[in-house]
Design a protein around this ligand. Structure first.
Ligand code: ADP
Ligand code: MG
Ligand code: MG
Length: 918
């Protein structure tokens, strides 16, 4: 049985070419894996009865075979078959000189790779067919098709740069005073076509191939080969697209939007991709072909009537009505916002492409919410329709719409680059990092403008409110660093040229000098001349400032519903890192279920506290130290009371003192003298203490629980402050839930000692106040040894582990977090590391330690609570990982709580395995 089946398979080779046309698509239902996104879209549209020019799709599997063997011979019978069917349904013959069938040869991978793979239009237009087409449909039209074909084919297949053809065309346009291609007449185009042919002969040493089948196979091979060009490879690396997917090839009968004024080509979105509003949105150009609309040669016109009288709705009502019907059909069939390409040939509408449309974070939230309300998608599905990171856009400061529009309309739009760090920033231009630092010192906001950035620019980037580069992509140094810093950033704004020596930038017909104001929109990528005001995002206006009533913000409504649905789906808890009552309030408003990290040292820097802190540090014996600590106690208690008040009965994890003591002491000579005065001790004595405390390697030095071991009274006072505050909160009617966290544990003995100290202090406070506060004591796991010895640490009556993944990453890699900026961007750009391990957890190495500690910890103690409080707690990909290893919660900065809630839901909804990028 099995043998005959196999024999049968061999006898009938798997089908690799799929015809579509006349309402029938052989590939319908096969999906993107086989047909690529474009081919699948064409097949589905055809099957839905939408008018699509007939054609066929060659399976993606052919691509890799071809790249290996360089041979397409075996494919020929199938392609000839399909081509014959296209001929049949159009009534034209490929290569027929009198009535030629022309085709487009289009690439199309599984996920869209914009601009990466190339398309050839008007293929089959040989020199003889040109005459036939001219006779049948007009000379100008035929020549327009021919010049386009020559240019595209030569560029993609013969590898003669497109720009050389552009030059010839531009020369003609200038000579004729033509504003655009559409203004050239037949005779002009004839001249252009002749020069194009000369150019090909000159560059390739042979005439332009005039055999239609040679053209077809040349094009098919070139599309397959384009899978391996550098741009495509780079794009795949960036977006983690597997190398072995391959691209499909689509061969499709041409329809002509350049056949006169009743013809047109355009693009449309079924909903507004910027705001998500359910309105038809798009642009078109009459008498044009292919990408003319997006190429910026002529100003496109709107689809929907806007009073200008030039819209498609007004000028071509019938095809417009057809387009509206298609819009409905497609949204119902694909259940998502679609981005379409269409062409109108002499009044008849054709669809050429459909795909899920790219959208801003604003639009993503609104569309998901409204589609769920319309019943088009389920509520669960709506949760998966918004990328967690997109929520950052909704929270970042914005330029008020009116002012931005005024700037653009006033001609101040300089360029559009790649959005690399959301938010809006307006500041004075600095062209070097040093100048940025200097200018920022005067208190003015600064925008740092560089061709690209390098590690020496870090200080300038830090001083700037916004960063702009003219080169580089989404993983360039500037983009990586800006993301880490949470800075507004636009990269790769090619149109801008920077003249460092003149301290000037130029783009279009605009220019600006150092010190001039520049405004960058890191959400849209737009760069504008001049100063624009910024305002908090709509969500913050409602949630935090209370300046906008919730009922007045549909966006806020959609945002809230999305997160409520996410909460129902997720398994991971989400807490926030918050050090002050203000932070705690923001965290709570964003939906944090507790505080996962409250750093006590931040409280020590307060104005009147630092003196007491320093007294404690310079103290020479325990008694003096206790006197100083006694002054700190009430202040620290106050902080905790405020935080407990905000958090109610939600758990609050408080970390005992962590940084090395010398961080609290002055280092400059002036400051030493002044501080000595404040402390009432001779400067020499203070200097000595500073010297004694200074370390070669402070991050690996006298810090964390090592302080608690050597100066137990410091930890004792902190613990006392926590429990006295908890008692006070209890008396005020609250039910506080403190968790004492001991940092930097490496051995079981350290933990045992400090646990005992905590319990003893809690007991004392309890007998003083007469109140029994329930509490937990746990540790951070941030030293590799602690992860390895998790089992005995957990068994030592440890109630929880909180992974301090910042330090754990630092110590596992041996990269100093504070110094890694000098080499990490290079590591990422050159692919040594896939990501910044301080931003996205290294699942293989650091992650293995986490997984190991989880396993060993839980084996030793089944009810051990597990969380993470490093930066990674707010990173979607890391959250996926934490979900998969079974942590109880993640903790992140208050502003990332929404992102984490959504990412945790995605992790739960996707089945929860270790993410595919592992
Ligand atoms: P991309 O993947 O870059 O979008 P496409 O294959 O979609 O490339 O094609 C580029 C342009 O050519 C698009 O505007 C598309 O609509 C147009 N086009 C492609 N095939 C045809 C065709 N058969 N008839 C008319 N226009 C076409
Ligand atoms: Mg396209
Ligand atoms: Mg740490």
């Amino acid at each position: 049985m099995a043998t005959t089946e196999r024999a049968a398979e061999r006898a009938v080779p798997a089908k690799r070419v799929f015809f579509f046309g006349n309402g029938h698509a052989e590939g319908a239902g096969l999906g993107k894996e086989r047909l690529g996104g474009k081919g699948a879209g064409l097949a589905e549209m055809t099957a839905l009865g939408i008018p699509v020019p007939p054609g066929f799709t060659i399976d993606t599997s052919v691509c890799l075979d071809f790249l290996r063997t360089g041979d397409l011979e075996g494919l020929k019978p199938e392609v000839e078959d399909a081509l014959a069917r296209v001929e049949g349904s159009t009534g034209r013959k490929f290569g027929d000189p009198a009535n030629p069938l022309l085709v487009s040869v289009r690439s199309g991978a599984r996920s869209s790779m914009p601009g990466m793979m190339d398309t050839i239009l008007n293929l089959g237009l040989t020199s003889r067919a040109l005459d036939g087409l001219a006779k049948a449909s007009g000379e100008r039209f035929a020549l327009d098709c021919r010049r386009r074909f020559l240019q595209m084919y030569s560029d993609i297949v013969l590898e003669i740069p497109r720009s050389q053809f552009e030059e010839i065309l531009t020369r003609k346009k200038e000579e004729r005073g033509a504003k655009s291609d559409a203004d050239l007449e037949a005779a002009d185009l004839r001249w252009v076509v002749d020069r194009f042919e000369d150019l090909v002969r000159q560059r390739s040493g042979a005439p332009f191939p005039d055999d239609p089948r040679e053209q077809l196979w040349g094009a098919i091979g070139a599309v397959f080969r384009s899978w391996d060009n550098d741009r495509a490879k780079e794009y795949r690396r960036l977006y983690r697209i597997p190398e072995d997917w391959g691209t499909a090839v689509n061969v499709q009968a041409m329809v002509f939007g350049n056949r006169g004024e009743r013809s047109a080509t355009g693009v449309a979105f079924t909903r507004d991709p910027a705001t998500g509003e359910k309105r038809f949105y798009g642009e078109f150009l009459p008498n044009a072909q292919g990408e003319d609309v997006v190429a910026g040669i002529r100003t496109p016109r709107p689809l929907v009537a806007d009073g200008s009288g030039t819209s498609l709705e007004e000028t071509m009502p019938e095809p417009y009505a057809g387009l509206l019907r298609v819009r409905d059909l497609l949204e119902k069939a694909f259940r998502d916002m679609q981005d379409l390409e269409f062409t109108i040939e002499e009044g008849k509408l054709y669809l050429l492409q459909t795909r899920n449309g790219k959208r801003t974070g604003f639009a993503a939230v609104r569309i998901a919410d409204e589609m769920a309300a319309e019943g088009l998608i389920s509520e669960k599905e709506s949760v998966t329709r918004v990328e967690p990171e997109q929520l950052v856009q909704l929270l970042a400061p914005i330029f008020p719409t009116k002012e931005k529009e005024a700037a653009v309309q006033g001609g101040r739009l300089l360029a559009k680059g790649l959005p690399a760090g959301p938010g809006a920033a307006s500041g004075r231009i600095a062209f070097t990092a040093d100048r940025a630092v200097e200018m920022a010192r005067t208190g003015d906001p600064v925008v740092l403008v560089r061709v690209e950035t390098s590690p020496e620019d870090i200080a300038g980037m830090n001083a700037a409110v916004g960063i702009l580069t003219t080169r580089g992509g989404a993983t360039s140094h500037a983009a990586v660093v800006a993301r880490g810093m949470g800075k507004t950033c636009v990269v790769g704004a090619h149109e801008i040229s920077v003249d460092d020596s003149k301290r000037e930038l130029r783009a279009r017909n605009l220019s600006a000098k150092e010190g001039d104001f520049l405004s960058v929109d890191g959400t849209s990528g737009e760069v504008m001349l001049g100063k624009l005001p910024t305002q908090p995002s709509e969500i913050l206006q409602v949630l935090i400032d209370g300046s906008l009533p919730a009922g007045k913000s549909p966006l806020f409504g959609a945002f809230t519903r999305l997160l409520e649905r996410a909460d129902r789906a997720r398994k991971l808890g989400v807490r926030a890192n918050a050090d002050t009552p203000t932070d705690a309030r923001v965290a709570r408003l964003f939906g944090a279920q507790g505080i996962g990290l409250c750093r006590t040292e931040h409280m020590f820097f307060g104005e009147n506290r630092i003196v007491a802190v320093r007294e404690m540090i310079v103290a020479e014996n325990e008694a003096d130290r206790r006197t100083a600590l006694a002054k700190l106690l009430p202040m620290q208690r106050e902080d905790f009371v405020g935080i407990f008040r905000e958090m109610g009965e939600r758990p609050v994890t408080i970390r005992l003192l962590d940084p090395p003591l010398h961080e609290f002491l002055p280092h400059e000579e002036d400051a030493v003298a002044e501080t000595a005065g404040e402390l009432g001790i001779p400067p020499e004595k203070l200097r000595e203490r500073v010297r004694a405390l200074s370390e070669m390697n402070p991050m690996l030095g006298h810090r964390g629980c090592r302080l608690g071991i050597t100066f137990p009274e410091i930890y004792e006072i902190q613990v006392r402050a926590i429990f006295e505050a908890a008692a006070e909160a209890r008396r005020a009617g609250q039910n506080p839930n403190p968790e004492v966290m001991i940092p930097l544990i490496g051995t079981k003995a350290e933990f045992e000692r400090l646990r005992a100290l905590t319990d003893e202090t809690a007991r004392r406070v309890s007998s003083e106040t007469g109140l029994d506060i329930s509490y937990r004591v746990g540790t951070m796991i941030e030293i590799p040894r602690a992860a390895l010895r998790a089992s005995e640490i957990a068994a030592a009556n440890c109630d929880f582990f909180s992974f301090g993944t910042n330090d754990l990453t630092q110590m596992t890699f041996g990269y100093s977090r504070d110094d890694a900026a000098s080499f990490l961007p290079t590591y990422i750009e050159t692919g040594i590391l896939p990501d910044d391990p301080f931003a996205t957890i290294d699942q293989e190495g650091v992650g293995e330690l986490v997984a190991l500690a989880v396993k060993r910890g839980r084996e030793a103690r089944h009810d051990l609570k597990l969380g993470v409080c490093g930066e990674h707690g707010g990173d979607p990909r890391s959250i996926h990982f934490f979900h998969s290893v079974g942590l109880d919660y993640v903790s992140c900065s208050p502003f990332r709580v929404a992102v984490a809630r959504l990412a945790a839901a995605h992790a739960a909804l996707s089945g929860g395995g270790v993410s595919s990028t592992a």
